[in-house]
Design a protein. Structure first.
Length: 195
């Protein structure tokens, strides 16, 4: 993950522009709160969660409940602080449109402390690739999660966190801080970021 460093995030945060998007700021908190309410996950949650995740995406959701019992176990593990492995992420991905983007958003809302959102803007920021080729590579996503964890544990990270977190009236996790910076940087660069 050479494209994701604390130094680069700090540089990009200098130009951070808080956008007053009710949907982006308020909806995120409401969705996060909703996901945190369910203590025992059931099949109905799988359907509702998929609909919520894809409500903000330009693609219709296709839900695959073939491995629902295993899926519920994996999602409960993720929600309760356990780290899911490559094979488990593959099962989540297959459930929700066979999309790593959808899987990452689901994992993030279940446990934002451990899981970061992965989408085309984040992929482009980190890889420097102008296309989304490779976005469904689970190994790349796992490396991204490791980078987020490493960066957030650095001594100098707290300055960056405070710079972004002060714009929100609720607590945000390091994964969210970094995602916001990458998203805004890519957005400001009109979808292509050179580094």
């Amino acid at each position: 993950m050479n494209g994701l460093t604390l130094n680069r995030l700090e540089k990009d945060a200098i130009d951070f522009d808080v956008f007053d998007s009710y949907v982006y700021k308020k909806s995120y908190f409401e969705i996060l709160s909703f996901f945190q309410e369910a203590r025992i996950l059931q099949e109905s949650h799988l359907i509702i969660y998929a609909q919520i995740i894809y409500g903000s995406m330009p693609t219709m959701v296709n839900i695959n409940l073939k491995n629902k019992d295993k899926l519920l176990t994996i999602l409960s593990k993720a929600r309760d602080g356990g780290e899911v492995n490559l094979e488990e992420i593959k099962i989540i991905k297959e459930y929700i449109n066979n999309s790593l983007v959808g899987a990452s958003k689901l994992l993030h809302f279940l446990n934002p402390k451990t899981y970061a959102i992965w989408d085309s803007r984040i992929h482009r920021y980190i890889t420097g690739k102008p296309t989304s080729y490779g976005i469904n590579n689970i190994s790349t996503y796992i490396k991204y999660l490791e980078s987020v964890k490493d960066i957030s544990s650095m001594d100098d990270y707290s300055r960056l966190h405070q710079k972004i977190a002060k714009h929100f009236d609720y607590e945000i996790q390091p994964s969210r801080v970094m995602e916001i910076i990458m998203f805004q940087t890519d957005r400001n660069n009109k979808g292509w970021n050179k580094f």
